[in-house]
Design a protein around this ligand. Structure first.
Ligand SMILES: CCCCCCCCCCCCCCCC(=O)SCCNC(=O)CCNC(=O)[C@H](O)C(C)(C)COP(=O)(O)OP(=O)(O)OC[C@H]1O[C@@H](n2cnc3c(N)ncnc32)[C@H](O)[C@@H]1OP(=O)(O)O
Length: 183
């Protein structure tokens, strides 16, 4: 994955800025499954990521806070992995929802996926300060998985790229109350 290092992202529909009040994927996860640190709307300590369709793919925007620092001036790589992870999961969930004939705004909750594999390439240091833009697209949609490729930009410059395998959440991950893991 060495191509496009440092590529400028082409102009996209709406530049990833959803209209006010637009429904995000995370708004439509079932209540019991909306606690994820990265994207759960019920997790007050989380990142609160919101993912929307934009043009041919999906987009999530996030402005890192000072505590998301790796070294002064640059973003911590673990945060970058989290952004790519949750953005890709939302993209996979949305693709499954569309495959089932639904559109955001339908009453049925969006299906939930978990991360089977998360691979991130850090192409250049990500500056701490500007809003980050993550763009994703589904490259494979199978019966039991979706493969999503996501790219993270700062000031329009490609800084990291991820490839994520998403699998519908197994029944063993359902039913616990927040704070009740198996371990
Ligand atoms: C009503 C429902 C509500 C549900 C409500 C859930 C609440 C939960 C909310 C979670 C919110 C998430 C928020 C953000 C994402 C996280 O942070 S999720 C947390 C981190 N991830 C985990 O803990 C997952 C732990 N791993 C697992 O549970 C199992 O390994 C998995 C991922 C379910 C896969 O199970 P499995 O039995 O291996 O699945 P299997 O059917 O064999 O494989 C399906 C496909 O995936 C592929 N695959 C599996 N593992 C891998 C791998 N490591 N690498 C590459 N490909 C793989 C297989 O090859 C297969 O591909 P195909 O043969 O179909 O082409």
């Amino acid at each position: 994955m060495t191509a496009d290092r440092g590529a400028q992202h082409p102009p996209a529909a709406g530049e990833g800025r959803p209209p006010a009040g637009a429904i995000a994927v995370q708004d439509r996860y079932a209540d019991d499954f909306a606690w994820c640190y990265g994207c759960g709307r019920h997790n007050p300590a989380g990142l609160g990521l919101k993912t929307h369709w934009d043009g041919e793919g999906t987009v999530t925007r996030f402005r890192p806070r000072p505590e998301h620092m790796a070294v002064p001036g640059y973003v911590y790589g673990g945060l970058i992995a989290s952004l790519i992870d949750c953005h890709s999961m939302a993209t996979a969930s949305l693709a499954l929802y569309h495959r089932d004939g639904h559109r955001l705004g339908d009453p049925e909750p969006v299906p939930r996926c978990v991360t089977a594999s998360l691979q991130v390439d850090y192409l250049r240091p990500t500056p701490l300060g500007p809003e980050l833009v993550v763009r994703g697209r589904v490259v494979e949609l199978g019966a039991r998985k979706a493969v999503v490729e996501s790219e993270l930009y700062a000031n329009g410059v490609l800084c990291a790229r991820g490839r994520v395998v998403a699998v519908p959440a197994p029944p063993t991950m359902t039913g616990a109350s927040p704070g009740q893991g198996e371990g």
